[in-house]
Design a protein. Structure first.
Length: 274
């Protein structure tokens, strides 16, 4: 049975099986963090072009976070040494920035998490590099639509299974695979908290959604089968069949009558083309 606890009565920086329910102060904290996270991705739009390296983009992410009064949550997290994850083409998630230069036709997921006054804003978007093929564009479009269909189900009285089913059924209608090895997560003053947010499941199953819950929805959708494998670096996950993968992510909070998206772009740059 799912356990819920008022965030004010729980340890803010300790993960437990109980799902924290946040009040108005938490919503305000998440709005500040989510706004900066969205602004960071907005700022990258003119720079995600052929020839730029993923390491250069990582430097831009860090500089923008610091200028905005935040710090990168991933820098030093479990030994990770960069300010964001950049996952290209068949990389599903947790791609490590480095010397790789973007090429015409690449698709890139850039995943950022910023800490502002102790609150975490976690979001990712897909970027189309130069002239991108029709199949790649369609995957990116469907993945964004999966995210938003999941968010539509994020309201009081529904369950995590309702969110998952909306994502899975839409992706599989297009004959795409939904990654099961990674999921969304609760967050707030903790980077990764309860509950786990799966992206494939049955309606009416899993934890009930209640006002005050904060979590990410971040479907990873593959053109091919859903299987992934880890590279030797211990971070990078790639599609097992080497087909393309895409992902979008928002941080949200459940309200009395729906949900609030904390990481929405104020410039309308939530999906390509930008």
């Amino acid at each position: 049975m799912t356990e819920y606890v008022l965030a004010s009565e729980a340890s803010a920086h300790t993960r437990s099986h109980a799902i924290k329910l946040h009040g108005p102060d938490g919503f305000e904290g998440m709005r500040r963090a989510g706004r900066l996270a969205a602004e960071v991705l907005d700022a990258l739009v003119p720079h995600v072009v052929p020839g730029v390296t993923t390491g250069e983009l990582d430097d831009m992410v860090r500089e923008h976070m610091l200028r905005g009064g935040g710090i990168p949550a991933t820098l030093g997290y479990r030994g990770f040494t960069h300010s964001c994850c950049i996952s290209l083409n068949h990389v599903v998630c947790h791609g490590i920035p480095g010397d790789r230069a973007l090429k015409d036709g690449d698709i890139a997921n850039i995943d950022v998490t910023v800490i502002v006054d102790g609150w975490h804003g976690d979001t990712s978007r897909m970027f189309l590099v130069g002239d991108v093929g029709i199949k790649s564009k369609r995957l990116v479009d469907v993945t964004y639509e999966c995210l938003m269909l999941g968010i539509e189900q994020a309201k009081p009285g529904n369950t995590m299974g309702d969110v998952a089913h909306a994502i899975q059924s839409y992706a599989e209608k297009h004959r795409y695979g939904v990654v099961r090895d990674f999921c969304g997560h609760g967050l707030g003053q903790l980077f990764h908290d309860a509950p786990e947010v799966v992206h494939a499941g049955r309606p009416g199953t899993g934890p009930e959604l209640k006002p005050g819950m904060f979590f990410t929805i971040e479907p990873m959708i593959n053109i091919g089968k859903p299987g992934v494998k880890m590279l030797d670096d211990g971070w990078t996950a790639v599609t097992r069949d080497r087909t393309l993968s895409a992902q979008f992510e928002h941080s949200i909070g459940i309200t009395e009558d729906g949900c609030e998206i904390f990481t929405k772009s104020l410039k309308g740059l939530d999906r390509p083309p930008y």
